[in-house]
Design a protein around this ligand. Structure first.
Ligand code: DAH
Length: 352
């Protein structure tokens, strides 16, 4: 065979091939075309076997011509296959009455509950000030919830706690996070941690109260306690509370201490801040007093220090109780504390 004959034959074969590709209906038919022309025993492969009949100096050129034809056919075939695949997909979508241009349902990202957010924020703040984050049980011994906190059985302060008692004597749902003060001191001593002891304990507390816009049977608090071998004074307490409030509210707040009675601290205080809304001029939020009650606190009572295992002659400290639920309401202007645990997604979404 000479080169001209080869060229003519290749041309005929290529045209035949292109026609077959154009006429093939669907991917399966294109596979047949591929097998017929490009497969192992296909027509174009057959041409390669004829190369032996060429004179030596023409063989390379003949091989090149054959390979180029095969390449072109291959490209044409790949193109046709892609089109066929797309057409098949379109047909399948059409069949199902599927309109891929219709926007899909919006998937909302979940978000943290405002209580969790405030709790984590405060934990970060306290950890940065060297505090440990502790946990205590929600079902608590009467001993830790009351007795060890200087609230004996006949003490009138017990009544104000509206306790949920369990059917097991001496066991209740904790009415505050203060029991972690004593648990925490014991844990500190048992582990021989260095002084001063600085700890917070966030968590749920429970009270059998009449539920209304500002009272829930379940709410969140965060207890704080600092015990040291050096004398701890009201100045330390006040400084720490101011630092804490600056962290929470992002600015300096004017504060004042009023006497407050809590059996586990002596002296005990209510810490008020200048109203965040009216800056002290008087508004409905602060009941026109110019001050809002923020947190109760005080110097830890010697009896409590003793219950915790420290020597009240050598140790002193301060403690405070933050109402987390109240704080979330204050921060976000939530007027009904019951929203917090209602599980109502409309409420929760307003914090996304
Ligand atoms: N445990 C108290 C309560 O729930 C709050 C409290 C008051 C905690 C004074 C303290 C404190 O640590 O010093 O009513």
């Amino acid at each position: 065979m000479d080169l001209n004959t080869l060229k003519t034959e290749l041309e005929t074969l290529e045209n035949e091939c292109r026609r077959a590709i154009a006429e093939a209906a669907g991917a399966a038919a294109l596979d047949d075309v591929e097998r017929k022309y490009l497969g192992k025993s296909g027509a174009l492969k057959g041409m390669l076997s004829k190369l032996g009949s060429f004179a030596k100096e023409q063989r390379a050129e003949a091989g090149k011509l054959t390979n180029e034809t095969a390449k072109r056919v291959d490209a044409e075939l790949a193109n046709a296959k892609e089109k066929a695949g797309k057409a098949a997909l379109d047909a399948a979508l059409e069949d199902r009455g599927f309109d891929i241009t219709i926007p899909g349902p919006v998937v909302r990202a979940g978000s943290l509950h405002p209580l969790t957010r405030v709790r984590r924020e405060l934990e970060d703040l306290f950890v940065s000030m060297g505090y440990a984050v502790l946990e205590g049980p929600e079902v608590e011994l009467e001993k830790y919830n009351f007795d060890d906190l200087n609230i004996p059985a006949d003490h009138p302060a017990r009544e104000s706690h509206d306790t949920f008692w369990t059917t097991t004597p001496g066991l209740c749902l904790r009415t505050h996070t203060s029991p972690v003060q004593v648990r925490g001191m014991r844990w500190w001593i048992d582990n021989k941690f260095p002084m001063p002891m600085r700890a917070i304990a966030p968590g749920r507390v429970f009270r059998n109260e009449t539920v209304d816009a500002s009272h829930e049977h379940t709410f969140h608090q965060m207890e704080g306690i600092v015990i040291d071998e050096k004398p701890v004074s009201i100045a330390h307490l006040l400084h720490s509370m101011k630092t804490l409030l600056r962290g929470i509210f992002g600015r300096e707040l004017e504060v004042r201490l009023r006497p407050g009675f809590f059996p586990f601290v002596e002296p005990g205080f209510e810490l008020d801040a200048r109203c965040l809304h009216c800056e002290g001029k008087g508004c409905p939020f602060c009941k026109h007093s110019g001050w809002v009650e923020l947190l109760p606190c005080g110097l830890v009572h010697p009896n409590v220090i003793q219950s915790g295992g420290f020597d009240p002659e050598k140790h002193s400290g301060f403690a405070f109780g933050l109402g987390l639920s109240r704080l979330v309401c204050l921060r976000h202007g939530v007027d009904d504390v019951r929203h917090l645990l209602s599980g109502d997604v409309r409420f929760l979404r307003s914090f996304c």
